[in-house]
Design a protein around this ligand. Structure first.
Ligand SMILES: [Mg+2]
Length: 266
């Protein structure tokens, strides 16, 4: 796909693309009204395993954009779906994660257990009340050969007081303790994009991954075989993009510029 205007679908990252922290970014409402007018299917896809559809919908509604449940894919929901390729639905699993991960696994048909005895898989997706006991439960099952899945590899995230440990740090603790290596669902692995594209049924070659970070959004999109677009409203700067080996197919200043490049109305 050479021209951005040849696209058939869009996979959007959220933070740094639609908003930055708590602050909505400009041009989002107009961009989505143009996307809707052209009936271009899209998915808002995030590595954040704690986020829920309701939270994303509330934020988008606050910006004047209405969205449907199938238009949001979190790494928790995606990982629970991906798990079906390795672990039969109906099996018992152990989760190191919050309510959103528990719900995603149950919705996918798995039994989430309090003890890891005999579970078929351990799924790790950012646990805000992590304890040694939970790490130990997970380790026992992993040493017994349970399938090891991580929703996302992000090692840290910014808080008001500095960088705090993310899901990647929890995974590192378990990997160190057990010598096992987790299968990661989220960016920069390709699975989040593959799953998102399957939802909207567009061709990989004509579905554009839009994100603000070269090393996650753009790398993950490329690994999944998608054309990629970087927006400069988030983490990666124009200077960093210019100096990188990793080149997106398009670079846009912001969502306003992206939406001006959408296909013409039929
Ligand atoms: Mg981002």
């Amino acid at each position: 796909m050479k021209l951005f205007s040849d696209l058939q679908g869009l996979i959007f990252d959220m933070d740094g693309v639609l908003w930055r922290g708590k602050k909505p970014l400009s041009g989002v409402r107009e961009a989505f009204s143009r996307i809707r007018a052209r009936q271009i299917p899209f998915v808002l896809a995030t590595n954040n395993a704690s986020q829920t559809f309701e939270e994303v919908r509330a934020r988008m509604e606050g910006m004047g954009v209405a969205i449907e449940p199938h238009e949001v894919l979190t790494s928790a929901v995606g990982a629970a779906s991906y798990l079906k390729q390795h672990v039969p639905v109906g099996a018992n699993v152990y989760a190191v994660g919050g309510p959103a991960l528990h719900r995603a696994l149950e919705d996918a048909g798995y039994g989430v257990q309090d003890s890891s005895d005999g579970v078929a898989a351990v799924v790790v997706g950012m646990d805000w009340s992590l304890t040694w006991e939970k790490l130990a439960e997970a380790s026992y099952a992993l040493m017994d050969g349970a399938f090891f899945m991580g929703t996302n590899p992000d090692v840290s995230f910014p808080t008001e007081r500095g960088l705090a440990p993310g899901n990647g740090a929890i995974l590192a603790a378990l990997e160190t303790a057990t010598g096992r290596k987790a299968t990661i669902f989220g960016k920069p692995e390709p699975h989040l994009f593959t799953e998102a594209v399957q939802r909207i049924g567009t061709a990989l070659s004509h579905t554009v991954a839009v994100g603000d970070r070269l090393e996650t959004d753009i790398l993950g999109g490329k690994r999944a075989g998608l054309p990629t677009a970087l927006v400069l409203t988030g983490v990666t700067t124009a200077e960093q993009a210019a100096g990188s080996d990793l080149q997106p197919d398009w670079i846009f200043e912001n969502m306003e510029q992206l939406s001006r490049e959408l296909p013409a109305l039929a």
